[in-house]
Write a protein that binds this ligand. Sequence first.
Ligand SMILES: NC(=O)c1ccc[n+]([C@@H]2O[C@H](COP(=O)([O-])OP(=O)(O)OC[C@H]3O[C@@H](n4cnc5c(N)ncnc54)[C@H](O)[C@@H]3O)[C@@H](O)[C@H]2O)c1
Length: 280
Amino acid sequence: MSSWDNLLEGKVAVVTGASRGLGRADALALAEAGADVVITDILMESDEESSSKAKEYGAIAQVMQSTKVIYSEKTSEEIRDMGRRSVAMKMDVTDVDEVNDVFKKIYEDFGRIDILVNNAGTVDHVSKIEKQNDDLWERDLKVNLTGSYNCTKAVWPYMKEQEYGRIINMASIVGVNGGFGQASYSATKGGLLSFSKSMALEGAKHGINVNAIVPGIIGTEAFKMGNKKMNDRMIERTAFKQPGEPDDIANAITFLVSDKAKYITGVGLNVTGGIDLFTF
Ligand SMILES: NC(=O)c1ccc[n+]([C@@H]2O[C@H](COP(=O)([O-])OP(=O)(O)OC[C@H]3O[C@@H](n4cnc5c(N)ncnc54)[C@H](O)[C@@H]3O)[C@@H](O)[C@H]2O)c1
């Protein structure tokens, strides 16, 4: 029986979209549980190209870039301070060549890749279908859904070779219940749930478990930037009357990628504070 201490000792994890928010919290939690962790994101503090990348990726990315809410290299440093190995690498999940190169480099440098958290995502607009911007529709599909597919496909041969892997896809309660004004976002998050199930079926005989996390509303920097009235209405709909904390997601992920969850695959684990429960 493995111990709950150092649950992920000896494991190598890669987190996408880890410059802030849930990705950063996930990376720190995995490291705290003993894993070496590679931070990846389009935004790096020291990268001069980050501002043009931010422009390309929309409103939230631009605000985060201009207000310096980018902690990719900082998070990596914090992980090294815990005594784990860590690097921060620039990786756009939509760029297939870059994704393949980065995973190859990680595998060569770290010797294995045990855990992939497909966290990178875009959630920066709400609009009814008549007003849905076509470019943002395409971007959401490219980042949230195809990005997770690109990273899964890139890491798959290494996990298959090792006969061991744990993949987490970041879905959303909106992907289960739908979301008013969230056509593109909900379609990508619903897609990730069925993608996770298909990959779970394919991965089982190779020791690869694939699960999804279904967050409700979590108080990340990005969430706090949203419309306050809308946020308050959503908070009111949770059973706890408060948003979740990034660690609530990170702790669920740490469990799901550990061997304590070795018989769990193909699930979407709700971490929603009961926002989805029927109430009147
Ligand atoms: N916060 C919530 O309430 C909530 C709820 C449900 C689901 N989620 C999901 O959790 C994930 C993280 O949410 P968050 O609140 O931390 O959001 P966030 O916007 O703060 O973080 C997203 C991260 O992804 C990165 N990113 C964007 N496009 C990228 C690309 N092409 N390649 C690589 N990285 C890219 C960003 O730079 C950022 O670091 C997202 O997938 C989001 O949809 C969040």
